[in-house]
Design a protein around this ligand. Structure first.
Ligand SMILES: O=C[C@H](O)[C@H](O)[C@H](O)COP(=O)(O)O
Length: 238
């Protein structure tokens, strides 16, 4: 089965967590977009939800497909966030931000009573870090912040290049918040809590893509079917 089919299966299973009348945080990326398409079909059938998008890209798709939207300012307390991830470990710690939406995604997840992550099984890892860690930074003092990140990573026992993400136009990729992204190729992050804390001490760091203790459940689709992982590591077959 190809990754797109698996993403759609995970997105389908996530719909069972959505109840009529919910205020939903809606993630960014290809898996979240598969979810938006399915949600839009439900909305067209009369299902009532309001969505708070985690990016301009997701907002455009929701508007195109007729999913009603509010800003987080209008709906500051959400019932559920549904989002993809770049990596998920067995404690449901995540790396996110491959699409550059990590800041809004983390704010929306934090404003939600629960967060369900949807992914194909290729995203499941023993140790986070093979996917370069996205770190959102203020453009001011970019080089100084990059050096500070490298030193902080070294103090955590990590090495690897930290590079500025470049957009399609050859200029630094700019997030919806007007920040830049540095990608840290650390290969293995055995102590994500330690790296997270170290990154938060750097003034130019706006946010990073390590999501800790935010995931209520991860719905993972693979060749053997769709599984729901919870932080207690209980699994359910669908
Ligand atoms: O910034 C983007 C998000 O964190 C995405 O949820 C993440 O990159 C996964 O995207 P995809 O579902 O396309 O693999």
């Amino acid at each position: 089965m190809d990754a797109e089919t698996l993403k759609r299966q995970a997105a389908e299973a996530a719909l069972s967590h959505v109840e009529d009348g919910m205020r939903l945080g809606i993630g960014t990326g290809s898996t979240a977009e598969a979810f938006v398409h399915l949600l839009a079909e439900r909305v067209a059938d009369g299902f009532s939800v309001v969505g708070v998008p985690t990016s301009e890209r997701t907002a455009r798709l929701c508007l195109d497909l007729g999913v009603p939207l509010r800003s987080l300012e209008e709906e500051p307390e959400l019932d559920l966030a549904i989002d993809g991830a770049d990596e998920v470990d067995h404690e449901l710690r995540l790396i996110k931000g491959g699409g550059g939406a990590l800041l809004r995604e983390k704010i929306v997840a934090a404003a939600s009573r629960a967060m369900v992550v949807i992914a194909d099984e290729g995203k499941l890892v023993d140790t986070l870090g093979a996917f370069p860690l996205p770190i959102e930074v203020n453009p001011f003092g970019l080089s100084a912040t990059r050096i500070a990140i490298e030193r902080a990573a070294e103090r955590c026992g990590l090495s690897g290049d930290v590079t500025v993400r470049i957009g399609g136009d050859g200029a630094p990729f700019e997030t919806d918040g007007g920040h830049y992204i540095l990608d840290g190729a650390f290969a293995r992050i055995p102590n994500p809590e330690g790296l997270s804390s170290a990154l938060y001490t750097i003034p130019g760091v706006v946010e990073h893509g390590i999501f800790l203790s935010m995931t209520s459940a991860a719905i993972v689709a693979g060749e053997q079917g769709v599984r729901t992982l919870t932080p207690q590591r209980h699994e359910q077959e669908h």
